[in-house]
Write a protein that binds this ligand. Structure first.
Ligand code: UD1
Length: 324
C-alpha cells in the first residue's frame, strides 16, 4: 500500500509527506521540481516528472504498488492565473484529467484532491459552509472548481475522492526544518516575515477601509501541519469505504491582517514595518470556514492556534534566512 503524492515537494505537499512518513506509511512523490524543492523530502523516493506523462505515472504506480493518491501538483498564484490562463488550464485541469486517466487504467481508485476556498469567491455569508454556491473569481479558482466537478463525475467510473477546500495555509514544521519559501509566495504570512527580517521593504497592507473591526480583511489561517493531517484523515476515510465528498478545511476563526501583524510582533519581539496601500483587486472582505462537515465526516479539527502558526513561521524564516 503506497501513497503517491503529486506535488509532494511543494509547501503543503512536503508537510503532508513528512506526516505520512512519521506514521510509517509508504510514500512516493511525483514532482517536476519546477517549484518544488527536493531537500524538503529527506529520503522519501522522488520521481521527477509531470502528471501529464501517462507512461511515467503508469510506471510509478506499478513500480511502487500505488493504491492511493494525494494530488497537490498544480499552479496556485491567483494573479498569474489571469495572465497565463493556458498554463493553468493545461497543468491544473488537463494535468488532473491525464493523471486520473492513468490512475484508473492502473487500478488506483482513491484520490485526495487539493482544492481551495477560492472556489467560493466572495461568499455572501460567513462562516462559509459547503452548501454555499461556487463562484470562482479567478482562472486559478475556476480550475479548482472544474476539477471538483470532474472528480465528482468520475465517481461513476469507480474513482472515489475527497476534495479538501483549504482556507489560508500558513506556518512551518515544529522543528523548523521545512516551511513556506517566500520567493514563490505572495501570501500574507511569508510577506510579513520578509518585511520583519528586512528582506523586503515594508509590508503593504492591502486596504484599511473594509467594514471590519480594524478595517483590514479577515481570513481563516490554518496551520500547515493541521492541514497535512486532514489529508491523512481523508485517505483513511476513503480506505474505509467513504463516499466522494468536498469539504472545508479551516479553523472557523477569522483573523484580520493587523491581528497577524500583531501576533508576528509578539512572537518575534520585533516590529513589522508596514504601510497601508490600496485594496487589492478581487479581495473579499471576510472569509472563514464552517468546519462542521470536515469534523463530522473526517473526524478532523484544527489543533493549533494563531500563535502556533505565526510562531512556527517565524522560527523557520528566521533560521533559514541568510542576509546577503
Ligand atoms: C489565498 C490564496 C488563494 C487560496 C486562498 C484560500 C494566493 C494569492 N491566494 O488567498 O489561492 O485559494 O488563500 O482561501 O495565493 N495581504 C496584504 N498584503 C500582502 C499580502 C496579503 O495585506 O502583501 C492581505 C490580503 O489582502 C488578504 C490577506 O492578507 O486580505 C490574505 O492574503 P493572501 O495570503 O494572499 O491570501 P488570500 O488572498 O486570502
Amino acid at each position: 500500500m503506497t501513497i503517491l503524492v503529486t506535488g509532494g515537494a511543494g509547501y503543503i505537499g512536503s508537510h503532508t509527506v513528512r506526516a505520512l512518513v512519521e506514521l510509517g506509511r509508504d510514500v512516493v512523490v511525483l514532482d517536476t521540481l519546477e517549484l518544488g524543492i527536493r531537500s524538503r523530502l529527506g529520503s522519501t523516493p522522488l520521481v521527477e516528472g509531470d502528471i501529464r506523462d501517462e507512461r511515467l505515472v503508469e510506471k510509478t504506480v506499478r513500480k511502487y504498488g500505488v493504491t492511493d493518491v494525494i494530488h497537490f501538483a498544480a499552479y496556485k498564484a491567483v494573479g498569474e492565473s489571469m495572465e497565463q490562463p493556458l498554463r493553468y488550464w493545461s497543468n491544473n485541469v488537463a494535468g488532473t484529467i491525464s493523471l486520473v486517466h492513468s490512475l484508473l487504467a492502473n487500478g488506483v481508485e482513491r484520490l485526495v484532491f487539493s482544492s481551495s476556498a477560492a472556489v467560493y469567491g466572495n461568499p455572501e455569508h460567513v462562516p462559509v459552509t459547503e452548501e454555499a454556491p461556487l463562484r470562482p473569481e479567478s482562472v486559478y479558482a475556476e480550475t479548482k472548481s472544474t476539477m471538483e466537478s470532474f472528480l465528482t463525475s468520475c465517481d461513476a467510473i469507480g474513482l472515489r475522492s475527497v476534495s479538501l477546500r483549504y482556507f489560508n495555509a500558513a506556518g512551518a514544521s515544529d522543528d523548523a526544518v521545512i516551511g513556506e519559501d517566500w520567493s514563490h509566495s505572495q501570501n500574507l504570512v511569508p510577506r510579513v516575515m520578509k518585511a520583519m527580517l528586512g528582506a523586503s521593504g515594508p509590508l503593504q497592507v492591502f486596504g484599511n477601509d473594509y467594514p471590519t473591526q480594524d478595517g483590514t480583511c479577515i481570513r481563516d489561517y490554518i496551520h500547515v501541519v493541521d492541514l497535512a493531517d486532514a489529508h491523512i484523515k481523508a485517505l483513511d476515510y476513503l480506505a474505509t469505504g467513504g463516499k466522494s465528498i468536498a469539504c472545508n478545511v479551516g479553523t472557523g476563526m477569522g483573523t484580520s491582517v493587523l491581528e497577524i501583524i500583531d501576533m508576528a510582533e509578539q512572537v518575534s519581539g520585533r516590529k513589522v514595518p508596514y504601510e497601508f496601500a490600496p485594496r487589492r483587486a478581487g479581495d473579499p472582505t471576510t472569509v472563514f470556514a464552517d468546519p462542521t462537515l470536515v469534523r463530522a465526516i473526517l473526524g478532523w479539527k484544527a489543533t493549533r492556534d494563531l500563535r502556533d502558526i505565526v510562531g512556527s513561521a517565524w522560527e523557520w524564516h528566521s533560521h533559514s534566512y541568510k542576509p546577503a
